[in-house]
Structure formats: C-alpha cells, structure tokens
Write a protein that binds this ligand. Structure first.
Ligand SMILES: [Zn+2]
Length: 250
C-alpha cells in the first residue's frame, strides 16, 4: 500500500545514510523527516544531506516536521515572536525547496497571539504551495478556536498523544476530519508518551481505521514509533511496523 510511511529516526542511532537504506529495504516507499536538522539524532547533518540520502534511496517524503525550538515563542506578542514567525517561514521555504508538500508543527497552546502568528505562517505556506499541519499534543478539542480563526491550516493526528488524554479510538481524528491531512501512528499505555509499535499498547487501531475509512481520509498512514527492548534490530522493527500498518489500514 503506497500510503504507508515511517518516521525515519525511530529510535535507532544509525548514521542517516544507513537509516534511509534500512527504511527502503523494509519496503517503505515514504518517509517522514525533520526539515532543518533532526533534533533526535543530533547528527548535525544538514537538511540538504538528509534529503540527498532520501533521494538516493528513491523514497518519497510524506511530510517534514518543523523543529520545535522556536514554537514556544509563537505564544508571545512581542518578545521573540517575530523571530519565531520568521524561523517557521524558513522551515516552509526549506520544505518547498525539497518538494515537500506538508509541514507539521507543534504549538505550545492556543492563545490569541499564537492564532495571529500561526495565521501569518499559514498564509505564507499557502503562498508557497506547502500545507501547514498542527499536531495534537493535548486532549479534548485543542484546535476548535484555531481552526475557526485560521482557514489554511490542517491537522496531523497523533494516536499516542491522543491516547494520553483519553482518546483511544480516533475521536479527535473524527472531530477534525475535514482538516486531517496526515497521521503519527504509534501505541502507548495511555499514561506516558510511549510511541510503541501499533499493537504493543492499548490504542484501538481498528476503530481508528474504521473512522478514517468512513470519513474518506485520503492522507498517509505514518508510523511514528520508537525502538523498545523487544526490537533490538531496526530491520525487524521496521518490517513488523509495516506489516501491522498494512494489516490495520491496508
Ligand atoms: Zn507525533
């Protein structure tokens, strides 16, 4: 199924070049990457080198994730806010340069200042042909106000984050289905931010799959799981993950 992808880091400290090779060997056609530098690997490689490896493996980028360093400043009306907006516009530009269509961002919380600042970044992104998508980090209905105020921003549903706030079956995905453009799929125990492989926790993925199918979701199914003790080998981790996503969403 060509709508299945994987976040390339997945908790294994391999050189980037090696990691993209493993992703390709496991049969994935799509990857998710951080634009700019990848904060998890601290590899220090530039986005240009990273995207070079992606292209060498013939992989398609499902979405790029923006760095989160400047996200808190989006809450400010004055201090640091201009810099944060500018940084986010650079991430949009870098996504565009690499032919990436979707840029996922984190927001600290939704305040009037955040709405204003994000509206500016979203308008810029639309201009550049990049879709900005905000990821859920908290529970209930975090984006009602944002989506009411800002038309050109989409939604990235993270199952593990939703689970921590009591949504174990895709209720938030359904709530924001008209904005849903991509997914972060992983499992958890409902308490911590576990990012287990789907099936290794308590999230009800078949309920989510049913909701997405009924709602006509057209985006990718992207694994955003990290290594756990059961999976010493990245190849095994990737192939188990891929097989499970195919079984659930295929
Ligand atoms: Zn996520």
């Amino acid at each position: 199924m060509d709508r299945i992808g994987v976040y390339a880091y997945c908790g294994y400290d391999l050189p980037a070049e090696e990691r993209f090779k493993k992703v390709k060997e496991s049969g994935f056609k799509k990857v998710a990457v951080w634009c700019h530098t990848d904060f998890n690997t601290n590899s220090g490689i530039s986005e240009y080198e990273q995207f070079k490896f992606v292209k060498e493996q013939g992989l398609e980028v499902s979405y790029a994730h923006a760095p989160i360093k400047y996200a808190p400043y989006l809450m400010n009306k004055y201090y640091g806010a201009k810099e944060a907006v500018k940084e986010h516009k650079i991430y949009v530009k870098s996504a565009k340069e690499q032919g990436v269509k979707i840029l996922v961002i984190h927001l600290p919380e939704i305040t009037p200042a955040v709405i204003d600042n994000v509206a500016e970044v979203a308008a810029f992104a639309t201009d550049q042909g990049v879709t900005l998508a905000v990821e859920n980090l908290t529970g209930e209905a975090p984006f009602d106000e944002l989506f009411r105020e800002v038309k050109d921003i989409s939604f990235c549903y993270d199952t593990c984050h939703a689970l921590m706030f009591g949504d174990r079956e895709g209720k938030m995905a359904e709530r924001y289905l008209d904005r849903l453009i991509t997914t972060h799929l992983s499992d958890g125990d409902g308490k911590k931010d576990c990012h287990f492989l789907p099936g290794d926790g308590v999230y009800d993925f078949s309920a989510l799959a049913e909701r997405l199918r009924k709602g006509g979701y057209k985006g990718d199914f992207v694994l955003e799981a990290f290594q756990t003790a059961e999976y010493a080998d990245i190849s095994e981790f990737l192939s188990v993950g891929k097989e499970r996503l195919e079984r659930i969403f295929g």
